[in-house]
Design a protein around this ligand. Sequence first.
Ligand SMILES: C[S@@+](CC[C@H](N)C(=O)[O-])C[C@H]1O[C@@H](n2cnc3c(N)ncnc32)[C@H](O)[C@@H]1O
Length: 222
Amino acid sequence: MTVKSAFNLTSLKSLYDNKVLPVLIDKACALESISQQRERVVPKASGIVLEIGVGSGLNARFYDAQQVTQVIGVDPHLQPLAQERFAAVGIKLVSQPLSAETLPLEDNSVDSVVMTFTLCSIPDPSRALSEIKRILKPAGKLYYAEHGLAPKPKLVGKIQQMITPAWKPLAGGCHLDRDIEQLLIQAGFTVLGEQGFTQGISIVGYHYWGEATAGTVNTLVE
Ligand SMILES: C[S@@+](CC[C@H](N)C(=O)[O-])C[C@H]1O[C@@H](n2cnc3c(N)ncnc32)[C@H](O)[C@@H]1O
């Protein structure tokens, strides 16, 4: 390959990543089946909310504006649309182009964390979850809706694992094969969640959703 063709490939990839992919992701993430998952978790967020991977702000219309004080939205690839979507529903969005693995927020400083269809794309999910755990107040909750590894049928999981290396560069770093619940548990969260195929069997159709707490779980002493 000549230097010129390598240069052309690099600029083509950058055009795809910066111009084409954000539009594709916004369209895919606005599908009805995905909106139904948002509806299950986002309205539960309250107080000061940290949204991880706020992207183009597709969650804005699902928040209960009456119980949210403000949303701090972080994402290394912030979309201008996010500000517009939050403004349209009257919720203050403070957004920063940051990665979830290292956040300049104080310990125990937010009431809720919202994370939808983002853990698949975070390069170091364990580090991001430990940051979330640090920042969340002890009584706070992480509300999540994600797609990930299908444990059954085994064939789907195997296909997800096989395809991920080729899929990742085309889909903004998205891994098809992450076991979201395991990652949460390994990070020390207590999980109250559900999982399953929500719209037929497909490589992106296995979803995990629910809430997770970082504080100590109280057990009843008899
Ligand atoms: C599929 S999009 C989902 C966007 C949005 N959460 C939604 O539900 O529509 C994945 C998002 O994760 C973001 N992302 C990737 N790496 C990240 C990181 N290290 N920290 C925070 N967000 C990240 C991407 O920039 C992108 O906006």
